[in-house]
Ligand binder design. Structure first.
Ligand SMILES: Cc1ncc(COP(=O)(O)O)c(C=O)c1O
Length: 397
């Protein structure tokens, strides 16, 4: 029997008439330049792609703060970049210490187990980041080849504030490090070379304010050298860095690269370079601080203690008696704003990455959350916010 053509709908018939403002844990809104770049189809080989790649790598070196030339784009989500990193350094017989702070940190465990590496997970105290002295104890007690750590754990809004000490420490024990900066890169400082990190992975759809599905990975020269000399078979073909090297460093064919996505990423990185990291970090910090202080002023409590609170994805305690899922749906239906729920915790999460940290978006999300919870019967004090919203200069970012 032949299958007949279905009744089709144009995309516009499915998309909401009022575009949804994405204020959750990603994807985030993208600048016009990025959106425009994402519509351009060009050949994946030759010029102008070669120039795009070399300029993109130079800009990425700035964003990762590395001199390494081994920076590759990946046609896949951030998880694919995590997979490239993990499978490059691990194989059966090798051992990894996973610092497990939540859902995304734990993804390293799943990937490493999948390739037959030996995994030990370390967990921090509740509502705390990892402490260098605890990691040191573990490194002294057992030998590892690799350590994985997230800079910010999106699922619970906690930041590994001792990241620098932990990765430097791992080096002292001859342990290679993989850092997940998926929700943090360009929103807060990360110095790949200065901190001596082996591999950093990030995604497009978060801090960089590019599109989802095209990610970036940076290998230190030394880590790449190690990978290029490995004799153990590589489980991946697409995610083999030695093959990616051909496209990204030798202008040869690996697979047909995501040409639109690479151009989108190019524009996203260019905008970061123009803004400069210093100003971008300051904008993110200010936006998140405003968000936090107005939410607290309204009566919300924040999930993570201030000392380790992740600015780029803010975890907010749900109010007693309120169904968080319903509140999130209401925000979407009534205010055309999307925020995120959580992985098993009674929290809501608001993103503060890239374009989310713009005055209008900040004001809109604050007001909509406040009104939603008020409509749901929670004790929310909107007096100060309503007053301050009349003076947008207070929110200038
Ligand atoms: C810290 C962190 N790591 C990894 C990922 C996985 O990203 P992706 O969904 O692009 O694979 C996410 C996604 O939210 C994340 O926040």
């Amino acid at each position: 029997m032949k299958i007949t053509s279905p009744t089709t709908k144009k995309l516009d018939q499915i998309l909401p008439q009022n575009p949804i403002l994405l204020m959750g844990a990603g994807p985030v809104p993208i600048p016009e330049e990025v959106a425009k770049a994402n519509t351009k189809v060009i050949s994946h080989l030759g010029e102008p792609m070669n120039s795009i790649i070399s300029n993109l790598q130079e800009m990425a070196q700035y964003v990762f703060q590395t001199k390494s030339s081994k920076i590759f784009g990946i046609s896949g989500p951030s998880s694919a970049a995590m997979e490239m990193a993990t499978t490059s350094l691990l194989w059966p017989g090798r051992k990894v210490l996973v610092l497990n702070l939540g859902t995304f940190s734990a993804r390293f465990t799943e990937i490493a187990r999948g390739i037959g590496a030996e995994v030990k997970e370390l967990f921090p105290e509740p509502l705390s980041p990892f402490r260098a002295h605890d990691v040191k104890k573990e490194l002294e007690a057992n030998q590892y080849d690799v350590l994985t750590i997230v800079q910010g754990e999106t699922s619970c809004g906690i930041k590994n504030v001792e990241l620098e000490s932990i990765v430097k420490l791992a080096k002292q024990y001859n342990v290679r490090t993989i850092v997940d900066s998926v929700c943090t890169l360009s929103t807060m400082p990360l110095y790949m070379d200065e901190w001596n990190i082996d591999i950093v992975v990030t995604g497009g759809q978060k801090g960089l304010s590019s599109i989802a599905g095209v990610s970036l990975i940076a290998f230190s020269e030394e880590a790449y050298e190690f990978v290029s000399n490995r004799t153990a078979p590589m489980p991946h073909w697409c995610l083999d860095p030695r093959r990616a090297f051909r496209f990204w460093c030798k202008q040869e064919y690996h697979y047909t690269a995501p040409v639109n996505g690479i151009q989108a990423l190019y524009e996203a990185l260019r905008l970061i370079c123009e803004e400069t990291l210093e100003r971008r970090h300051a904008r993110h910090a200010r936006s998140s601080e405003l968000l936090q202080s107005y939410l607290e002023g309204m009566g919300f409590e924040l999930h993570a203690p201030k000392s380790c609170r992740l600015n780029s994805v803010l975890a907010i305690k749900n109010m007693p008696g309120i169904d968080a899922k319903k509140a999130i749906t209401h925000l979407k239906e009534k205010f055309a704003i999307e925020i995120s729920g959580a992985f098993g915790l009674d929290i809501i999460r608001v993103g503060q990455m890239g374009e989310q940290c713009r005055s209008e978006n900040l004001m809109r999300v604050l007001k909509s959350i406040g009104l939603t919870y008020q409509e749901f019967g929670a004790k929310v004090d909107l007096t100060q916010l309503q007053k301050d919203l009349e003076n947008p200069a207070l929110f200038s970012l």
